[in-house]
Design a protein around this ligand. Structure first.
Ligand code: LUZ
Ligand code: MOS
Length: 768
């Protein structure tokens, strides 16, 4: 992957919040957080800490000038706990000192006493206790109860799917610099500058225009900074307000891992019914989402789960019930896919289980049920320009599925202690924020009188290459050199009311706004060129490679000359434009509508190899046909696809979040939480760009790329499961992600392990 930032990143020249030179007099904040998952604060004694060397101030809930509230969708999240704590890592006080070390030393001198309350970490247990974040939601189509009766096959089971740590390279952080008249400028590592701006205004009791949020770039986010960059930015702004000095706060990795939420774990019950010829007739599923202690984005994430209940399949009778359950864990949050991947893993588990029980390869059932043109989703939208079957069939052909299966079969026959497995993973992901209102963006463009261009949009660069794409779009639109164009930081004073850079839609929304801004500038320039050249029809003016043409004939006028002339003739060289996705709506009272501008499709073939002595495995290859639309930048898109695939595989295989009964994250460091590295990444990743796919809703007919490829990683789970079946045909597969090496071993030797469990008394040896 190559973008305008690549060189700077490699050379260490790129600037992140922690790299910025800070103003003289900057103070440092450190957060004092809860050590218990649920309890009342009986006593908070700050005296010794306050007298500690270098301490300027310790801020508690009592000092907050405005509301002690940062909840974005639901107002249920205090910035600082006042009387009660609900998760380990919940902020209680902010220590502000002359140095970071002084702040940390003082923090250790804070004394606190709790009265402990019962801790709930399990979503189903929370559900039984009636602890819901919001009322239960149901999406339905057809009539499941009636149609199960007509099914040849009906299967029921439970599926577990764990969360995931974002592990952005750059941890959370912010710097706030006070200005005159109570104004504050905040440099935050956030995907949502406006959410940060609004939360600060609320907590500080000031107007949004007093708060300027600036974002140069993020060192990764993956959803982890859509909502959860907010508290740290608010804390620095609060510190700046109360001390009158700049305040900086950067979480170290341990604090970040402990204090921030993750991808949601889900537990689900399903019932799936198939006809004699393996058509899925009915699918009923109940989701128990583990939301953590506050709402954060959980309700929106649950909604996206409901939208992705049937993945890439047409199912005529669906009932999907979603419960967002409140537990004593850090609030779980957005993570690449936003609840969609969990729904997709759950139906893939149902399909895999059904196929296994029936005794056919899962891909036979999958292929039979792929969405066709005009098939309806449970939420009332029809599949338009559906590419599910095309992607599948091209993948099967291009990557030689038949031969692959035969070679895997012969490998398995010839090897006793090594087995291979193949799985196919089709994806279908809806593009647009499910909250229709958020599908808006604006762009501001200046052409300076030397012919160079400055672009501001709401898009936040986080390594995904959105800035490169904005440059590609403008360069193509004007037909000028890329080097003329600069993308500015994302700043709330240049672009207001920004929607988060999220939902895979930043390039779509901001790119479209940018093209509208470019279009009005180009119109003005064409008109001016026609005037200057004394030619009558501005429509016949074209700019090609920085030269002006009329009726395809080159005129003696360059881009530089045209711009300077326009300036000298007092023509505006600035433009601001707005874009709102057309044709989308959703009625929450009936859960029907057309929430997505379009869907992204694709199919991957995944091959695994397991060592049947140790239970270890490798993902040997992932080969996909993916619908990129007409890619704006194939290299950037390919980088997103490959990164997504590896991140998805990590989630499904080796990344294991462990929280104990007391609500403590025990996999709280990189020695206990393992992410894929270059050795465990598939040796072979191929992603073929589906041909002849044009998307009317994307800039230059492109499609969104950020989230969808992650879901190919789900196929790794089933590729490993199939290899396990090859070794142990009698295995009763458990559908519980991640499928770690340890779980693989226990399924390879399921019978032996069960025996050992019943015979070795305290079950010391083997615990699931
Ligand atoms: N964020 C959001 C998202 O607020 N709404 C969404 O629908 C969404 N989808 C994916 C990722 N982030
Ligand atoms: Mo996201 S999960 O698009 O912030």
């Amino acid at each position: 992957m190559k973008s305008i930032d690549t060189r700077k990143h490699v050379k260490g020249e790129s600037i992140f919040v922690d790299d910025m030179p800070v103003p003289k007099g900057t103070l440092y904040a450190s957060v004092f957080d809860s050590t218990i998952a649920h309890g009342k604060i009986k006593k908070l004694d700050l005296r010794t800490a306050e007298n500690s060397e270098g301490v300027i101030k310790i801020i508690t809930a009592k000092e907050i000038p405005g509301e002690n509230q940062i909840g974005n969708i639901i107002a249920d999240e205090a910035l600082l706990a006042d009387t009660e704590v609900e998760f380990i890592g919940e902020p209680i006080a902010i220590v502000i000192a002359e140095t970071e070390m002084a702040a940390k030393k003082a923090k250790q001198k804070i004394k606190i006493e709790f009265e402990e309350l019962p801790v709930v970490t399990d979503a189903r247990e929370a559900f039984k206790l009636g602890q819901l974040i919001a009322p239960t939601r149901v999406f339905s189509l057809g009539d499941v109860d009636k149609s199960f009766k007509d099914c040849e096959y009906v299967f029921e089971d439970t599926v577990e799917v764990a969360g995931q740590e974002h592990l952005y390279l750059e941890t959370q952080g912010s710097v706030a610099v006070p200005g005159e008249s109570g104004n504050i400028k905040v440099f935050s590592s956030t995907q949502s500058p406006t959410v940060v701006q609004k939360a600060i205004a609320r907590v500080l009791n000031c107007k949004m225009h007093q708060i300027e949020v600036d974002v140069l770039r993020l060192g990764g986010a993956f959803g982890g900074k859509e909502d959860q960059a907010t508290p740290w930015a608010v804390m620095t702004a609060l510190g700046a307000k109360l001390t009158g000095r700049p305040v900086k706060l950067i979480l170290n990795r341990h604090d970040d891992l402990r204090m921030t939420g993750k991808r949601h774990s889900y537990s689900a019950d399903y019932k799936i019914g198939l006809s004699k010829d393996y058509k899925i007739i009915a699918y009923e599923v109940t989701f128990f989402q583990n939301a953590g202690a506050c709402a954060d984005l959980s309700t929106a994430i649950l909604e996206r789960t409901l939208f992705h209940t049937t993945n890439s399949y047409f199912v005529p009778n669906v009932k999907a019930t979603g419960n967002s359950c409140k537990t004593n864990l850090p609030p779980n949050t957005a993570f690449r896919g936003f609840g969609g991947p969990q729904a997709m893993f759950i139906i893939e588990s149902a399909v895999h289980n059904a196929a296994t029980e029936i005794g056919v390869p899962a891909h036979e059932v999958q292929r039979k049920n792929l969405l066709k043109e005009n098939d309806i989703f449970s939420y009332g939208q029809k599949a338009e320009r559906a590419q599910a079957e095309r992607c599948w069939d091209e993948a099967a052909k291009m990557y030689k599925l038949k031969e692959r299966e035969e070679s895997v079969m012969s490998f398995n026959k010839n090897n006793r202690l090594a087995k291979k497995g193949v799985a196919l993973m089709p994806i279908c992901f809806g593009i647009s924020f499910t909250n229709t209102m958020l599908n808006q963006a604006s762009a501001l463009m200046h052409i300076y009188n030397d012919g160079s261009i400055s672009i501001s949009t709401a898009a936040v660069e986080m390594g995904q290459g959105v800035n490169e794409k904005m440059i590609n779009l403008a360069a193509k639109y004007f037909s000028i050199e890329k080097s003329r164009i600069k993308v500015e930081s994302t700043n709330t004073t240049r672009v207001a009311n920004t929607s988060a850079t999220a939902a895979s839609s930043a390039a779509d929304l901001n790119g479209n706004a940018l093209l509208i801004a470019s279009n009005s500038l180009l119109d003005r320039l064409k008109k001016h060129a026609a005037d200057k050249l004394e030619l009558e029809d501005p429509k016949k003016i074209k700019i090609k490679e920085e030269k002006v043409y009329y009726d395809n004939m080159k005129q003696g006028l360059t881009w530089d000359e045209l711009i300077l002339s326009a300036y000298l003739n007092r023509i505006s060289l600035s433009s601001q434009a707005f874009y709102a996705t057309p044709d989308i709506y959703f009625d929450r009272s009936v859960n029907k509508g057309r929430p997505f501008a379009y869907h992204v499709y694709g199919t991957a073939i995944i091959e695994s190899k397991i060592d049947c002595l140790r239970g270890t495995y490798e993902i040997e290859s992932v080969e996909a046909v993916h619908d990129f639309g007409k890619s704006i930048n194939p290299l950037v898109d390919l980088g997103q696809a490959e990164g997504g695939i590896v991140q998805g595989i990590g989630w499904m295989t080796i990344e294991e979040l462990i929280q104990n009964k007391e609500g403590k994250l025990t996999s709280n460091s990189l020695s206990t939480y393992k992410v894929p590295d270059i050795y465990s990444a598939p040796k072979n990743i191929k992603v073929h760009f589906l041909e002849d796919s044009e998307n009317p809703y994307g800039p230059f007919k492109s499609k969104a790329i950020g989230e969808p490829p992650l879901m190919y990683g789900i196929g790794a789970y089933f590729a490993i499961s199939n290899a396990i079946k090859a070794f142990n045909p009698d295995v009763t597969l458990k559908y519980s992600a991640p499928l770690t090496h340890e779980k693989t071993l226990t399924q390879l030797y399921q019978k032996n392990f069960e025996k050992m469990n019943s015979q070795t008394a305290p079950g010391e040896l083997i615990k699931e």
